[in-house]
Design a protein around this ligand. Sequence first.
Ligand code: SF4
Length: 364
Amino acid sequence: MRPLSLYIHVPFCTRRCSYCSFYHVPKERERERAFVDALVDEIAVAFAEIGPVSLRTVFVGGGTPTVLERHEWERVLAAIAPFFPHEGVEEFTVEMNPEDVDARVVDFLRGLGVNRASLGIQSMDAVGQKVLKRCEPEVNERAIDIVRDRFDNVSFDVLLGVPKTTVDDLFATLRGLLAKAPNHLSVYGLEPGGDMGDEVERFFRAVDPDRVADEYLEACSILAGAGYHHYEVSNFARPGFESRHNRVYWDGDDYLGVGPAAHSSIGGERFANAPSIDAYVARWGREHLAARLRDAGGDERLESAMLALRTDRGIAREACETRAVEDIIDDGLAIVEKGRIRLTDRGYLVLNDVVLRLVSKTPC
Ligand code: SF4
């Protein structure tokens, strides 16, 4: 049976974080109900069309997946469970907003088979959290303790370059989180783009890109020292805890995305759902894959090099035998390991440039 990964996008949020340009809509019970109806329909239509599959990984992200009520989770689970292999999926992640984490919700999700919690911490600093319009640090602490007690596999997100905070504040955040022994950390700087309102634009005007870069290099060094494997630009894991779901994206394997604004890549063809909850509820949930927006697709060679160089797997050295490779290595942006070119932390900071330098001159 064809292996497949599934991403479920739940686009509802209680309020807008000051940096958010991801597709989301305000939480509203009536719309959530209609969304779940459409989601269950979409799952049925898409799986019928793809044919026999065995789900490898499931990732429920948002937005805020924890807005869904129990009976709605059960409906979604009933829709996807027929595609689980006997031994269960390898990884079943739910993104959780610290404010919504309570022991009963987390126990319920575990009971459904969720085996990995991804917690959007962003910062443990009170000023930072205020700037981001996120919760109080105490709420973060409480959520961390609840998920840490209940899951063997826990990931925290940390944001770099938060305005009005300092590098020392980031160090304190990382120290505090490392004390909780997460299996995985995503540490990232955001770039402007997507749906930018005035407030988001103001936020990005206050972000200093040089500080983001400095904090990134510091974070890489702290996490390496703490035994975390830097396996992708923004992702760090204890050995054996790299995100299997995200690997599917980077390795170019098949995945189906359901929900508004979700993307899919199946058999080399890419699709996207419209970023509109109203269109989704009215129409998209019931349409065939072929009727979705087709990603125009860009330069395949460039995209595949970009995906490969995001990760520690890199690309084959012999496939890129050019001066550009030597220059990039001389610049300290890449190393060669076991015959493959892999970017250094400094190289990850200029990933796009490095890929262009490599790919424009070589037949990788
Ligand atoms: S950053 Fe995430 S939680 Fe915050 S508003 Fe955007 S989608 Fe919602």
